[in-house]
Design a protein around this ligand. Structure first.
Ligand code: FPP
Length: 245
């Protein structure tokens, strides 16, 4: 089976999962955190090398402060409870986003977990936190502008590769497959630069209901699709530069 090397997931529908059961939204997020545990394990078992989860978008800061606190609490709990399992399964934890905006305690625990798992080579789990694709491109543009200002770079030296290098995690390969739960057919500001050639897979299931079998179904669908990358014949890898046409 031809597996996607890098899978990104837009975990949507926690709130609707809860309200459809007459429960408070926070219980939807709690069930969502259980699904995260499940899918991290299932991805590792399936042989996915990189898994990136959209866990808290930059736009999510606009939610009521109580919900933000609850989400941060769940995240903190997840990091502390899962660290042992990440180590046992040789999973490396990484974070992308404007992470300096996270609560200090959560950030400290994230950094510590990232440091402790840095040498793991089983799978790379990246959490997108306080993350937005446009914000990432803005941050990259600022970094390049600083280099120009310092005389380290000429404006005409800025090309796709330089911009890519200024993104949050330039060493991660682009995602091959983006999964979105709960039916919406949008990227919602997730990995905008990196997902230029990603296959999109949308399931109507709410994130807390997403199972290992659902993941396998998405992987099988990925294998089935012919990937053309804008060319006329199918190819097995992304082009090194942007194809025309
Ligand atoms: C969307 O549900 C999901 C989120 C806001 C973020 C995902 C968060 C988790 C899975 C829980 C904690 C994360 C980790 C990594 C342990 P929604 O509230 O937008 O659902 P709705 O669209 O139905 O309202």
């Amino acid at each position: 089976m031809r597996l996607p090397e890098h899978v990104g997931i837009i975990m949507d529908g926690n709130g609707r999962w809860a309200t459809s059961r007459g429960l408070p939204r926070v219980l939807g997020h709690r069930a969502g955190a259980e699904a995260v545990r499940r899918i991290v394990e299932a991805s590792r078992e399936a042989g996915v090398r990189y898994l990136t989860l959209y866990a808290f978008s930059w736009e999510n800061w606009d939610r009521p402060s109580q919900e933000i606190q609850e989400l941060m609490g769940l995240l903190d709990e997840f990091i502390q409870r899962e660290l042992e399992r990440l180590l046992a399964n040789r999973i490396q934890l990484r974070v992308i986003g404007r992470i300096h905006e996270l609560p200090t305690g959560v950030l400290a625990n994230l950094r510590s977990a990232a440091a402790q798992t840095a040498a793991n080579d089983g799978m790379t789990l990246t959490l997108a936190l306080s993350y937005g694709g446009r914000q990432e491109i803005v941050d990259a543009a600022r970094r390049l502008a600083e280099q120009v200002q310092q005389g380290l770079l000429q404006p005409d030296q800025i090309d796709e590769e330089r911009l890519r290098q200024a993104l949050y995690a330039p060493d991660l390969p682009d995602p091959d497959l983006i999964i979105r739960t709960s039916g919406e057919q949008r990227l919602s500001n997730f990995l905008l630069w990196q997902s230029s050639y990603a296959e999109l897979y949308v399931t109507p299931k709410f994130w807390p209901d997403f199972t290992k079998d659902d993941l396998v179904e998405a992987l099988v669908e990925f294998e089935r699709r012919e990937r053309r990358f804008g060319r006329t014949s199918a190819v097995s890898a992304a082009p090194s530069s942007t194809p025309r046409g």
